[in-house]
Write a protein that binds this ligand. Structure first.
Ligand SMILES: [Zn+2]
Length: 229
């Protein structure tokens, strides 16, 4: 990327960029060396529209220069940024299909642009709905969500399948996890998720998460197990 003149050093502070969604390009033509370790390294966003087809969401078009702008590929602390690391790792591992949460849909145009810049293949993409807690936050370690209930794995698996719009038969509810997973593999119907963007996982009759030791008000919110469309 350096040989192609695609990257440059960026000295902008976080404060300078506060409020900018798209990088304003301050360092684009200022020319500090991208090899200076004190600088972050950005890649120039080509004036191009990135097109790809998501298995669930269909055709997606993203105007890279106007919606994303030049983005960081190596951080100021020397660590390679998530997008570049992901693209290189996926290619090294021969990944052909990427299935991940819809919260990462915005990352895909940047990653496709990096794949093209590095002459790496672009995998097929499918972004699935994410599970939300009663406050509408993603169920994730990142948001300190409570762990999944583990006292009855079969019931948890069946609940997850129903949240994913699959229809496990009632007699499967007391079954062993291996049998439930076997059913899920044979009956998996991804098109059931095609109109679903997020799934409320908490607040219904059944809860996916283990109870917390310290009760919080969020546990009392009563939203149904319905998809937000
Ligand atoms: Zn800069």
């Amino acid at each position: 990327m350096r040989h192609q003149g695609l990257v440059y050093g960026c000295r902008c502070s976080r404060r300078l960029l506060t409020g900018s969604v798209v990088y304003p390009g301050y360092c684009r033509d200022r020319g500090p060396s991208e090899q200076n370790p004190a600088h972050a390294v950005r890649i120039r966003a080509a004036d191009t529209v990135i097109h790809f087809t998501d298995r669930l969401r269909g055709a997606i078009a993203h105007d890279l220069a106007r919606q994303t702008g030049d983005f960081i590929v190596r951080r100021r602390d020397g660590v390679f940024a998530y997008h570049l690391a992901t693209v290189v790792d996926d290619a090294a591992a021969g990944i052909s299909e990427v299935l991940r949460g819809a919260d990462l849909l915005d990352s895909t145009p940047r990653q496709i642009y990096l794949q093209r810049s590095l002459n790496l293949p672009t995998p097929a993409y499918c972004h699935t709905p994410i599970l939300l807690d009663a406050d509408g936050e993603k169920l994730s370690k990142q948001t300190l969500a409570a762990p999944v209930r583990d006292e009855n794995p079969g019931a948890t698996l069946c609940l997850l399948l129903r949240l994913l719009r699959q229809e496990p038969p009632a007699d499967l509810h007391g079954a062993e996890p291996a049998e439930i997973l076997g059913w899920a593999v044979n009956h998996w119907n991804i098109t059931a998720l095609s109109q679903v963007t997020a799934i409320a996982a908490e607040g219904g009759r059944e809860s996916l998460s283990a109870p917390r030791n310290t009760p919080t008000s969020r546990r009392h919110a009563a939203s149904a197990l319905t998809a937000k469309r």
